[in-house]
Design a protein around this ligand. Structure first.
Ligand code: HAM
Length: 417
């Protein structure tokens, strides 16, 4: 099977890479506009980081991680998400000692052993942001507005932002009791995994994928009914700010998110792709995670946004993504001698930042021009002995057909105009 990529992975072909580059540049630009800086962490971490960080009763940790022992017998896991790694990096590099909030963004590959389908892969890619150091609702609203601004800049329509509050550990205690009581009444029907979750973490039953558990969960108590006054005030303030800045949202009391670290504000952004709505972005507060991983209590919030799902949504809405990788000029050659001059001229121009291509296949002049047209070169130049000797050639605008005689030494300036 050496000519078949592993199930759930996808090649990004040269004909499509411009889409990713464009989206990546808009994401980077948006994050910088909001005062976030890029962070890069390793693709794999110690397994324990995710067990502790993401939670050992989550689907991600229980069923989906790519975990293996390395040659020194250490348990290693390919990151299933970005937040735990960023928190680890924040602690290891004492980033908390700099002025807070610490605001970061990333563009990463993630790995989850899931059943592959449209928009669900085993290796997928995420844009993410994380902000540490403030528990203020203004930061919740900033993070949400960053995601919305980014998606709007890409021209996505029919986005649906839903928010919820899942309270603090105190609210969760009371809620867990209510959940346990409810699920114990349906105990025999629960799947084996959920039976195990009932005592340890009943909240996770709410995102079980088994249809029977999902059916039972439909009538389970709602977390929003159990949140304390502080969490309620926080949630109200987030909504007031979103209203003030004009971001439309709905409240979806069913959002609990599938990872254990969340508290207070959680949110998801749904988008249409291939008919069905799916979450293109999800995030929320995780005020307890830094402490859980060994740091001093530090409130934090962030989101992850799936790039493959984003591209599916853009494609399904027929949004054209500009291809900014145009070739400035194709240099064609005529005659045996000309090719070495072509290589020299191409080298000169490329060194001055002009994108240049030329023939490596000994094509006829006609075939070279056809190729230049096919690859979308903006200009073409034909070099024969005459041109090589005079160090001057006619530059042809491929769109208008207009021709201009230019000295080799002035060519870079001509293309830069
Ligand atoms: P998540 O909801 O697990 O959150 O993932 C975020 C996004 O990644 C999803 O909304 C979806 O678009 C995409 N995604 C997840 N799994 C797959 C998959 N198998 N194939 C394709 N796309 C997928 C997190 O990962 C959190 N770390 C987000 C976060 C950051 N919360 C706070 N800070």
């Amino acid at each position: 099977m050496i000519t078949k990529a592993p199930k759930g992975t996808k090649d990004l072909l040269p004909s499509d890479s411009y889409k990713w580059q464009y989206i990546e540049s808009i994401f980077r630009e948006t994050c910088i506009n909001f005062g976030y800086s890029e962070i890069r962490t390793p693709t794999f971490e110690h397994t324990e980081l995710f067990e502790r960080g993401v939670g050992d009763t989550t689907d991600v940790v229980e069923k989906q991680m790519y975990t293996f022992n390395d040659k020194s017998n250490r348990s290693i896991t390919l990151r299933p998400e970005g937040t735990a790694s960023v928190v680890r990096c924040f602690l290891e590099n004492n980033l908390y000692a700099n002025s807070l909030p610490a605001k970061m963004f990333y563009n990463i590959s993630c790995f989850r052993y899931e059943k592959p389908q449209a928009g669900r892969l085993r290796e997928f890619h995420q844009f993410g942001v994380e902000a540490f150091g403030s528990g203020e609702p203004s930061l919740d609203a900033e993070i949400i507005s960053l995601a919305i601004t980014f998606l709007n800049r890409l021209g996505l329509k029919n986005l649906e932002l839903n928010i919820n509050s899942i309270g603090c550990p105190e609210c969760r205690k009371r809620y867990n009791e209510a959940l346990r009581e409810y699920f114990y009444n349906n105990y025999t029907q629960l799947c084996e995994t959920c039976k195990g979750r009932l005592e340890r973490n009943p909240l996770r039953i709410l995102d079980c994928k088994s249809p029977i558990c999902q059916d039972i969960a439909k009538n389970a108590p709602i977390l929003l009914d159990y949140i304390c006054d502080d969490c309620r005030t926080h949630f109200d303030s987030v909504q007031t700010i979103l209203n003030d800045i004009g971001i439309k949202y709905g409240i979806d009391a069913k959002i609990v998110r599938g990872l254990d670290y969340y508290c207070k504000t959680v949110f998801e952004i749904l988008s249409n792709n291939i008919g069905a709505k799916s979450a293109v972005c999800g995030g929320g507060r995780y005020d307890g995670l830094v402490e859980e991983l060994g740091g001093t209590p530090t409130p934090a919030i962030g989101f992850g946004l799936g790039i493959e799902r984003l591209i599916l949504a853009l494609d399904s809405q027929e949004i054209t993504i500009p291809n900014e990788n145009k070739l400035d000029v194709f240099i064609a050659s005529v005659g045996e001698n000309a090719s070495k001059h072509v290589q020299k001229l191409a080298y000169l121009l490329r060194n001055q930042g002009i994108s240049v291509d030329f023939d490596h296949m000994k094509k006829s002049l006609k075939a070279q021009m056809k190729y230049a047209d096919k690859i979308g070169a903006l200009y073409s130049v034909v070099i024969g002995d005459d041109e090589a000797e005079k160090k001057q050639a006619e530059i042809k605008n491929m769109k208008t057909g207009e021709k201009t005689a230019v000295n080799f030494s002035d060519m870079a300036d001509f293309f830069k105009k």
